[in-house]
Ligand binder design. Structure first.
Ligand code: PEP
Ligand code: MN
Length: 264
């Protein structure tokens, strides 16, 4: 069902009034993790002003160490809903456990992210497929393009066609970046599917100095959407502190993205 042999026309995914896969590049921006209402409010207003059309932020965080900040859970969803309504940006946030779906329904979360670590959690994929809200499906860090598309198939075969694929970097031997943003794999996947394509330049970069270049490279390579981490005070962030952009740097990047998109 994800193959463009089965469906020729490109799919457009609507998240409220935001259309992904159309002529405009859609940018989702916000903190790695929801930390407080003030943090989300500050950053949401800043990214909206700079031209973002979706608000990202994790309430349930998949952390490598159980002793690291795990996210605010339900409290985080509550903050996202409140600030989303106040600022007027639909939300994209990660679901890690199907048992939390009732909370995602209660707070009427606009788009559900399946993170890289759950990209082959097939029971979660099936349940999220049944749930019906648009999904941002990250590529697993050790998944081939073929496996990634099969994960999308789990969502589509449950009746949910509103799926956006997201390249977020894969594990390679290279240590100069956190992950290797697989631009070639992203382009190859785009040639095999009708689903829109998102790129996450933040997680493969690992350092904020690299984020602009990876974002621009993704746009040049045909990404329909970008998801970018922005924090009002990145040094103080409770997760992914090194890779989050300041609101000022994000605004500069948005202007560069617009200039590049116009030139393409
Ligand atoms: C995130 O978006 O903050 C995240 C944890 O992403 P990934 O699953 O790609 O690591
Ligand atoms: Mn993160």
């Amino acid at each position: 069902l994800a193959s463009n042999e089965w469906k020729k026309e490109p799919t457009k995914v609507s998240v409220k009034d935001v259309e992904i896969g159309g002529d405009k590049i859609v940018v989702a921006a916000g903190p790695c993790a929801v930390e407080s209402e003030e943090q989300v409010e500050t950053v949401a207003k800043a990214v909206k002003r700079a031209g973002a059309s979706l608000l990202r932020g994790g309430a349930f965080k998949p952390r490598t160490s159980p002793y690291s900040f795990q996210g605010l859970g339900e409290g985080g969803l509550k903050i996202l809903r409140k600030i989303s309504d106040e600022v007027g940006l639909p939300i994209v946030t990660e679901i890690m456990d199907a048992r939390d779906l009732p909370l995602f329904k209660q707070y009427d979360i606009d788009m559900l992210q399946i993170g890289a670590r759950n990209a082959q959690n097939f029971t979660l994929l099936k349940e999220v497929g049944k749930f019906g809200k648009p999904v941002l499906l990250k590529r697993g860090m050790a998944n081939t393009v073929e496996e990634w598309l099969q994960s999308a198939e789990y969502l589509l075969s449950e009746g949910n066609g509103n799926v956006v694929l997201c390249e977020r970097g894969i594990r390679t031997f290279e240590k100069a970046t956190r992950f290797t943003l697989d631009i070639g794999g992203m382009v190859a996947a785009k040639m095999m599917t009708h689903l829109p394509m998102c790129a996450d330049p933040s997680h493969p970069a690992g350092k904020r100095e690299l984020v602009h270049s990876l974002a621009l490279a993704s746009v040049a390579a045909g990404a329909d959407m970008l998801i970018i981490e922005v924090h009002p005070n990145p040094e103080k962030a409770l997760s992914d502190s090194e890779q989050q952009l300041t609101p000022e740097s994000f605004e500069v990047l948005m202007n560069r993205i617009k200039a590049l998109a116009n030139a393409l």
